[in-house]
Write a protein that binds this ligand. Structure first.
Ligand SMILES: Nc1ncnc2c1ncn2[C@@H]1O[C@H](COP(=O)(O)OP(=O)(O)O)[C@@H](O)[C@H]1O
Ligand SMILES: Cc1cn([C@H]2C[C@H](O)[C@@H](COP(=O)(O)O)O2)c(=O)[nH]c1=O
Ligand SMILES: [Zn+2]
Length: 193
């Protein structure tokens, strides 16, 4: 009879959705539960996001958890060697090398939980989240509430005319909108003509 040995495996979980949809709250919830179970947890966020704190991940509703600020995905790999669970917030601000690094971490037997925006303010896919969705074992799509009509919101509307893809901000610049109430800013400009 063949004897199959089941090796402990790691995996990738992605939490994605619009701004204000509860990605960070869900990430914090999962990480706190792992900590309660005395698992070794390492939490990271990119240097570009210093919105609320440099030492913590902070949700829009002020829930917090200690985190390490890193400049690159390679730094996550180096600093997560001892961890059983790896949390990464604002993953859309990392370059595409994050995908390979998360695969490596999962192949090392770690649980990797990633939160990030799946679309930018134009409604375009926000890399590297779409690539991470392709390789993840588990995917959670979170929804905010459309501030115009109250439907589930899958989009992030930018209230200013800034055109850079990356503009760090919160409700001062952005709002959650549903499919019906969202339109890309170019459409605003068309209407103004
Ligand atoms: N339009 C909205 N819909 C739902 N929650 C909102 C909205 N605007 C602000 N919030 C707040 O944002 C919180 C979610 O924050 P957070 O987890 O940081 O979201 P994300 O990481 O997806 O941006 C909610 O619990 C709520 O307090
Ligand atoms: C849509 C969009 C957002 N951003 C920025 C704005 C915030 O700093 C983060 C998202 O934070 P959250 O935890 O999901 O609320 O991303 C951006 O730079 N470009 C965009 O198109
Ligand atoms: Zn709406």
């Amino acid at each position: 009879m063949m004897h199959v040995v089941h090796r402990h495996t790691g995996w990738i979980e992605v939490i994605c959705g619009s701004m204000f949809s509860g990605k960070t709250e869900e990430l914090i919830r999962r990480l706190k539960r792992a900590m309660i179970a005395r698992q070794k947890v390492a939490i990271f966020k990119p240097k570009v996001d210093t919105r609320y704190s440099t030492t913590e991940i902070v949700s829009h509703d002020k829930q917090k958890i200690k985190s390490i600020v890193v400049e690159s995905p390679q730094e996550i790999l180096e600093k997560a060697l001892e961890a059983q669970v790896v949390g990464i917030d604002e993953a859309q601000f990392f370059d595409d090398s994050l995908v390979n690094i998360c695969q490596k971490l999962a192949n090392m037997g770690k649980r990797v939980i990633i939160a990030g925006l799946d679309q930018d303010y134009l409604g375009k896919p926000f890399e590297p989240i779409p690539q991470l969705l392709a390789v993840a074992e588990y995917i959670t799509k979170t929804h905010a509430i459309c501030v115009v009509c109250g439907n589930p919101a899958n989009h992030t509307y930018r209230k200013t005319k800034q055109k850079d893809k990356v503009i760090v901000g919160a409700s001062n610049i952005y709002e959650a909108r549903c499919r019906n109430c969202f339109h890309a800013p170019e459409e605003d400009e068309e209407e103004e003509k």
